[in-house]
Write a protein that binds this ligand. Structure first.
Ligand code: PMP
Length: 365
């Protein structure tokens, strides 16, 4: 007996590997492997979450009116053009599922987010990887890789795992050069961490263009990774197609309550943003001082930094050394980065501790 045969494109998926939270020998140590919020969650969100425990017997509102209205008010958007899902991961899958299938191509950049190849293969589409430019998204390389079969292009901005950021003019140039039957997905999971008043103009494009979807999440800046609330914004035809294939009740009542309260807690968000900007800069500067040991920080606008190991100390050795010292970071040989560690900006103590451990490992201590 052989049992049912999975589709060949499903068996071609390399399973997603989440960030670890324990060491090889089972110790629980500082987790800097999943780009979570080191400052926790807004107290207002936690309170709203707890209050929701009073009504566990009811299904959530399938149309997520409260969440959509809160997001629309906060960002100046049309609530009818908001899609939502079990994390922005689900929204990315919905985009692939509604707009591509066997025979179509889904594109993303080299060193792109690990969910894109899974989302592409899941629907039987062919993944196409555009070359990077020194770890950053290269608009010309994306445009050169477009074919008649291209249906969806995923661009995370800032990108994970590199942290790199493509400015507005480049995103506009990319969009202007694409056919309008190609869906451009601008994944803004880390958009709240961009320093200064710049943003990539994605929301404005999603508002005006027929082929742009912006995705966002409550998992990072809002500290609600556990509750899995993501959303997207785009033209009515895009959103309507995605609604047809989403799970009817993909976001929970408690998660929604927490998310809506978190949106209102501007103090917590400002505090997180300031903390991240300060320690990201400090961390990158400190890595710069280890340049003669071959360490290099890729410029980041996110809540993590990709550190490259181009000298005697390898990323693998540093990964193990950091684990021994009590810090779990992300080593990404499966994503073509055997020479890189992605390190989440943690609390002040954690960030200082990681740097001290790296200095010791390079012999610079
Ligand atoms: N996009 C990017 C670029 C990410 O790094 C992540 C989180 N790893 C996500 C989307 C998905 O996050 P969530 O499903 O928690 O919203």
């Amino acid at each position: 007996m052989t049992g049912p045969t999975p589709k060949p494109w499903i068996m071609a998926i390399a399973p997603y590997i989440p960030g670890r939270s324990t060491t090889d020998d089972g110790r629980k140590v500082a987790k800097l492997s999943s780009n979570e919020n080191p400052l926790g969650t807004s107290p207002k969100a936690r309170e709203a979450f707890a209050t929701a425990a009073a009504n566990l017997e009811r299904y959530p509102d399938a149309s997520a009116t409260e969440l959509r209205d809160a997001l629309a008010a906060k960002h100046g958007l049309d609530p009818a053009r908001i899609i939502y899902g079990n994390g922005s991961d689900e929204v990315l899958h919905l985009a692939a599922g509604a707009f591509a299938g066997p025979g179509d191509e889904i594109m993303y950049v080299n060193y792109g987010f690990a969910v894109y190849p899974i989302a592409a293969r899941r629907v039987g589409a062919t993944p196409v990887i555009a070359p990077d430019k020194d770890y950053a998204t290269d608009v010309d390389a994306i445009l050169a890789a477009v074919t008649e079969r291209t249906r969806v292009i995923f661009v995370a901005n800032p990108n994970n795992p590199t942290g790199t950021y493509v400015p507005r003019a480049e995103i506009e140039r990319l969009h202007a050069a694409l056919r309008d039957n190609i869906l451009l997905v601008l994944d803004h999971a880390y958009a709240e961490y961009i320093e200064g008043s710049d943003d990539d103009g994605g929301m404005a494009l999603a508002q005006s263009a027929p082929n742009v979807l912006v995705t966002r999440t409550f998992s990072k800046m809002y500290g609600l990774a556990a509750e899995r609330i993501g959303w997207g914004y785009g033209a009515p035809t895009i959103i309507e197609a995605m609604h047809r294939i989403r799970l009817p009740f993909s976001i929970t009542i408690a998660g929604t309550a927490a998310a809506v309260a978190a949106l209102g807690d501007t103090e917590f968000v400002a505090h997180t943003a300031a903390h991240n900007a300060r320690w990201r800069t400090w961390f990158a500067d400190e890595i710069g001082k280890l340049g003669n040991a071959g360490l290099r920080a890729v410029p980041s606008q996110a809540n993590f930094v990709l550190v490259l190991f181009e000298g005697e100390l390898t990323a693998e050795a540093a990964y193990k050394g950091l684990m021994d010292a009590g810090y779990i970071v992300r080593w990404l040989p499966g994503q073509g980065l055997p020479h890189g560690l992605r390190i989440t900006i943690g609390t002040e103590d954690e960030t200082r501790g990681v740097v001290a451990a790296l200095r010791a490992l390079t012999g610079a201590a």
